[in-house]
Design a protein around this ligand. Sequence first.
Ligand SMILES: Nc1ncnc2c1ncn2[C@@H]1O[C@H](COP(=O)(O)OP(=O)(O)O)[C@@H](O)[C@H]1O
Ligand SMILES: [Mg+2]
Length: 244
Amino acid sequence: MGREALLIENLRKSYGNLTAVDGISFKVEKGEIFGLLGPNGAGKTTTIKSIIGLLRPDSGEVRLLGRRMPDKNVLGKVGYMPQELALYLNLTVEENLKFYSGMYGISGELFEKRKKEILEFVGLERFKKRLVGELSGGLQRRASLACALLHEPEFVILDEPTVGVDPHLRASFWGHFRELSEGGVTILLTTHYMDEAINCDRVAIMSEGRIVTVSAPQQLIEETHSKNLEEAVLKLTGYTEGRK
Ligand SMILES: Nc1ncnc2c1ncn2[C@@H]1O[C@H](COP(=O)(O)OP(=O)(O)O)[C@@H](O)[C@H]1O
Ligand SMILES: [Mg+2]
């Protein structure tokens, strides 16, 4: 096992009476592609927002890149693509990148260089002058990914990055993820698509605010005697035939 990139211990977060995250613990290794899987409402987004300090957990500890969160100094090394589109629809792709560069403190020649690299990386070079609001959903997701990766983060958090994205683009996204991971970048992502979750190095299965298990996808399939990951996850989250 490699070195730790993220450690979560006993994380708990409620909204009023609803316990969205119920005391979870897991660890992500450096350079790993780690998937957080589970049905809608399982608590994935709440977990992610608690990791980067967008939500304040009720209790528990988060250590990201060796620092106890929340810690502003770590955020410069983290790229975050939220579940909802967080781009200005009435600005162009380029202008959105410019906006994010200000937040990350990248300017001048460095910005121009990174902008060019990242637009090529996600294949948006020829769309850079287009208003984000006029792009297709798939292209908007690409623009969103570009903004999350602009500052060459060490740790990337992607909340359902491929929702509504066609299979061709999903495959290309996964090519990017693998390339980043091979370069030493750690990726934590959530997804509903089991055919892509199989590409994760390890996955955590979440259900009703708890982590059911953490394992390599192939191992989950074998351990649950399932024919694929989808069946394994259904079994592990209790949604099997004859039960709720
Ligand atoms: N701001 C909020 N206020 C109240 N309840 C919320 C809020 N955000 C999420 N929830 C609830 O918390 C639970 C977990 O949600 P979420 O973390 O978004 O799950 P997931 O990302 O796995 O779909 C759900 O029951 C959801 O309805
Ligand atoms: Mg979510």
